[in-house]
Design a protein around this ligand. Structure first.
Ligand SMILES: [Zn+2]
Length: 163
């Protein structure tokens, strides 16, 4: 795996906003990024359409990362969605997200439409999906290599990150 300079820079930027003291967790990094941008980021578990691991929704006043319930690699998915955000990929506008409340059929349809941007690994390795994946792999890897006095909460399994 060789992440592009753009991805490497984004990971560096995120690690720079990490709290200076105490353990650095992925959640801590997300919080740091939200403070840096002056926009709250909420992380919620949700029942997303089958095959979708995570979704980034942009509201007028905040960003929301939805993570599929019961996902064993939720931290990786969270890092992936954070990657979309810091790399400037588009999230899901709130209008579309609001539609899902109307009826199940809409939810299914929207889920289908969104799949191409929110799959675990976008179909055909779509560029932005690949970039977000590279970001997630590098961020999780770097988190796991921080000095032990900043013991990371993220358990990095190299085989998983680079396999
Ligand atoms: Zn994605």
């Amino acid at each position: 795996m060789s992440a592009s300079r753009r991805v490497t820079r984004a990971v560096n930027a995120v690690l720079e906003v990490a709290p200076r003291h105490g353990a650095v967790s992925l959640a801590g990094l997300v919080h740091g990024v939200s403070q840096d941008r002056g926009r709250p980021i909420e992380v919620k578990m949700a029942d997303l359409p089958p095959g979708v691991c995570g979704q980034w929704r942009q509201y007028s006043d905040r960003d929301v990362f939805l993570i599929q319930h019961g996902l064993p690699t939720w931290d990786r998915t969270l890092a992936h969605e954070l990657g979309h955000l810091v790399l400037g990929h588009d999230g899901i506008p709130v209008v579309e997200a609001a539609l899902e409340r109307t009826e199940l059929a809409s939810l299914d349809l929207i889920g289908y439409m969104l799949n191409q941007r929110t799959g675990c690994m976008g179909p055909g390795g779509e560029d932005v999906e690949q970039e977000a994946e590279d970001f997630a792999a590098l961020l999780v890897y770097r988190l796991g290599r921080l000095p032990s006095d900043r013991a990371s909460i993220v358990q990095v399994r190299l085989g998983e990150a680079f396999g």
